[in-house]
Design a protein around this ligand. Sequence first.
Ligand code: UDX
Length: 455
Amino acid sequence: MAVIAKHCPNIQITVVDLSQPRIDAWNSSKLPIYEPGLFEIVESVRDKNLFFTTEIDAAVLAADMIFISVNTPTKTKGIGKGSASNVCYIEAAARNIAKVSKSSKIIVEKSTVPVQTASAISKILRANSSDPSIKFQVLSNPEFLAEGTAVRDLLAPSRVLIGGPQDEAGFDAISKLVAVYANWVPREQILTTNVWSSELSKLVANAYLAQRISSINSISMLCEASKADVDEVARAVGADVRIGPHFLKASVGFGGSCFQKDILNLVYLCESFGLPEVAEYWRQVVTMNEWQKERFTRRMISSMFNTITGKKICLFGFAFKKDTGDTRETAAAYVAKYLLDEDAVITIYDPQVEEEDMWLEFKYTLGITEETHPNLKKSIVLVSDPYEAAQDSHAIAIMTEWDEFKSYDYQKIYESMTKPAFMFDGRNILDHQSLFDIGFEVQCIGKQLPSHFDE
Ligand code: UDX
């Protein structure tokens, strides 16, 4: 909305939320999320044509177009538990819009939703509207931005996708939303289609991206078992324009709020449509990711003489990728869990992650709380200085590809660590040769590195 406000000074935008603290944060100098460049944009339009408020009904009443951007978490119980998306917040928003509205509106489904949610929204709106002359057109407009590059992606999107009903009123609504984006996005990059294709495209785009990572990670395992180097394989494979060089970076595993959730959602859809083989095909992308995280930790433990009981282990990075403080589904939490199961003492340093978010991630994704682990806050500690985090540790594991990790004084870090000092680079971002020369035992993803033990 901030980017739309920036490019469309004639459109007045009001962002509403039930949570007063969240709205207060959007109105303050510390926004509730970190994204490079976001604060500058928000500041330039806030209280001009971009407003944040909890007065939901008034904003709904006044709007010509309403974007529904509520979250759709994976269900934790009931039918489809563990894979289907819970669309209860979408339904609640639709019911409220129907109740409050006194004029026709265009409803834009922005949340990532299962296929056919737009038709459910339409039915709810129609059934709950007090006045039959009020018409709602429901469009699908999935968001393809990635975290950490959100502003850049929004300013120059690869494409904008708009799905709508394929009738006259639908085409009219589509053209109104196209006109908004056309203020800064070249017209040929604004794709229009029917609602279901649009909804499904979002799930499929994420499934394809995640599949690339699981594919290269599966090859990283083969490389470690043989003498190939996964970065070399990715370079050679990615040079084929039909494949392309992006998203071929082997890692400790993908995280984030979208990939796993959207694939599982796709899996659930396939199962619901009676296509178990298709469901199984896509589920394997998630299974491979699970195994990559577990396997990385197993390698750490076996390198450290098969025991890490009581050993201090330092994780550099907890966010699911660089340039964000988001911890949802981060590989780091899974690695920490496996280390915790072996009674290691874990210190974590991340330049952006808030401690509260870290504990929420342990609680909700992994079920780890002080009740399940009485000494939890002694076993896992978030510290604000990387050198302090590394001090006296037996090993450092790189979990997130933050640029600053590349420029630390590793000589100083090495000297402060317990020997032999291990470095496990889960992102293949460090200079492995110079770390080896300092004295580190280095391991990374998808290649065999020399060991001082072989000398
Ligand atoms: C993703 C999609 O990219 C975006 O289009 C969609 O709108 C939302 O989901 P996001 O989850 O923010 O965006 O981040 P992304 O950059 O896709 O990274 C996801 C995960 O994959 C991260 O954990 C990242 O570190 C990992 N990754 C990415 C790799 O391990 N290797 C790669 O080559 C690329």
